[in-house]
Design a protein around this ligand. Structure first.
Ligand code: GAL
Length: 323
């Protein structure tokens, strides 16, 4: 009888943790995620930071569709998400947030030189006319976060955005600039709190939702066309240098990016291999608050990228293997 109880207990534990005894975690796509309190995870257009052995995810809380606070969650396995806190709160963190201003695409970095946690985001107003960015910082990962700066970086109109930290610790803000016309690459100061230089990439190509990854000394950039919440073809561009030499856009995946728009690519460094996971938003599924976060493996090799949707896959966070 005791053995039966133990067997049942182990099965229940395995089912609830989703993590098999052999170290494999199953990730399933298509549903709204629930956090460890049973509440809907609200972290759209998420940004990720692996810190202290855990994954931290920040993103737009779209429960009140158009005025998102920025929520932070943490997880060991990208399946079980603990709600940590609202790191940016309408009307509180900055008084004008929630009325004349809203935030999109908040992304998180840690600066090893200053020890600070730094958030860069899109900082907007009515009809996306402001075209600004903002930077927040905190001494601890969960905050409190203070506004450091907001405006057009180096005077350049800036909308959809992301961040990229290179192997040498240099950080970049990358965004869709000048009325969704170009991609702007802004090198950040050593403290990550301001932009120091700007180069215009992909002039006139009208790309947004940029994500940059470095693999084997090549930089890969994913991006979408500008069609609002409607999904479109994901495209890849590759370069040996961040500031120039980006290749012609090449289609990857199906013509709707599997009904997603890129938000991040994260690196899982295992003992056997390094695996990359693509994270995209399936917006308006069927409404803004119920938009889904979708994760699947993505591979980079010799300037090419394998971008294939998986309804479900297994990952071993220790070895880095996926199946
Ligand atoms: C998308 C953009 C989103 C959001 C949306 C609003 O093009 O990627 O972040 O701004 O438009 O319609």
């Amino acid at each position: 009888m005791a053995r039966l109880y133990v067997t049942i207990l182990v099965s229940v534990l395995m089912a609830t943790t989703n993590c098999l005894a052999d170290g494999w975690t199953t990730i399933r796509n298509g549903s709204v995620w629930l956090d460890t309190n049973g509440d809907t995870v609200q972290a759209h257009a998420p940004g990720f930071l692996h810190y202290g052995g855990r994954w931290y995810m920040i993103g737009e809380d779209r429960s009140d569709s158009w005025h998102p606070d920025v929520n932070m969650y943490s997880s060991d396995d990208l399946v079980h998400w603990r709600f940590e806190t609202k790191i940016i709160r309408n009307g509180v963190t900055v008084p004008e947030l929630g009325t004349r201003r809203f935030i999109e695409r908040a992304k998180l970095m840690h600066n090893p030189r200053t020890g600070k946690f730094v958030v860069w985001c899109h900082w907007e107003g009515p009809r996306y006319a402001a075209s600004e960015a903002a930077c927040f910082s905190a001494d601890s990962i969960c905050g409190p976060y203070r506004l450091e700066w907001s405006g057009r970086p180096l005077g350049v109109k800036s909308r959809d955005c992301n961040v990229f930290v290179d192997n040498d610790g240099e950080a970049y803000f990358v965004s869709t600039t000048e009325e969704n016309t170009n991609i702007g690459l802004f090198r950040l100061a050593d403290d990550y709190l301001s932009a120091e230089s700007h180069v215009c990439l992909m002039p006139g190509l009208r790309r947004e939702a940029p994500v940059i990854v470095r693999h084997d000394n090549l930089y890969y950039m994913l991006s979408s066309a500008c069609t609002g919440w409607a999904p479109n073809q994901c495209m890849l561009s590759v370069s040996k240098r961040l500031d120039r030499g980006w290749s012609q856009l090449e289609k990857i995946g199906d013509d709707k990016a599997f009904r997603t728009q890129a938000a991040a690519v994260i690196e899982i460094k295992g003992t056997k291999k390094t695996t990359y996971l693509y994270i995209g938003d399936r917006w308006m599924d069927p409404d803004l608050p119920s938009s889904k976060i979708i994760i699947f493996p993505i591979e980079f090799k010799d300037g090419k990228c394998i971008f294939e949707y998986r309804d479900e896959f297994r990952i071993n966070f220790a070895t880095g293997e996926v199946e």
